[in-house]
Design a protein. Structure first.
Length: 186
């Protein structure tokens, strides 16, 4: 699907975050639980299952071929951290492991990643930021305060597609900015 403009990659369940609730209106139900974002005024969008359920995901710079090596490197590090952290009982040792992880993650992201996002409804969507802001003027501030929940890519011009590869869901963008998403955590 062709996109030209600033895009957001996130779980569609986050699109209303920061908005006041309207009594008697369930927007999530009105968009068929993320399946039909057009009902909320979105005109050009992708909204699909993560296949995995809830997850964390990196939006890597590059094409799928370029990203696979980076993603495998991250997966190996993340699983090592996850295992060590969960088997460690001493709170001070856990804190040290967590701080080392945060530093490594920041370094890795700086070199390889455009952003990250996560899912709480087991879905992923790509939408235009201006359409999100027309729907929810508070979204950008919320996304900046919750940077792990949404990737925002400024001035993208190209094709974006939802891909299933080896039973894993990915979003791929090919254009003036190439990107490929891959699960980065639980």
């Amino acid at each position: 699907m062709r996109f030209k403009g600033t895009i957001v990659i996130t779980d569609p369940c986050y699109l209303d975050n920061g908005m006041p609730e309207t009594p008697g209106v369930d927007w999530w139900e009105s968009v068929d639980y993320g399946e039909n974002l057009g009902a909320a005024g979105f005109t050009n969008f992708i909204s699909e299952s993560t296949l995995y359920g809830d997850w964390s995901c990196f939006t890597y710079t590059g094409t799928a071929k370029e990203v696979n090596k980076k993603a495998k490197e991250w997966d190996k590090y993340y699983m090592k951290f996850f295992s060590e952290y969960n088997k460690t009982e001493n709170p001070k040792d856990k804190e040290i492991i967590l701080e080392e992880y945060k530093a490594k993650k920041a370094e890795f992201e700086k070199e390889n990643v455009l952003g990250e996002f996560c899912a709480d409804a087991g879905m992923v969507c790509v939408v235009y930021l201006d359409e999100v802001l027309a729907f929810n003027p508070k979204f950008k501030k919320w996304a900046e305060e919750h940077s792990w929940c949404a990737t925002i890519i400024e001035n993208f011009d190209g094709d974006i597609e939802y891909i299933i590869d080896n039973d894993e869901a990915h979003i791929q963008g090919i254009g003036n900015i190439n990107f490929y998403t891959s699960q980065s955590g639980f």
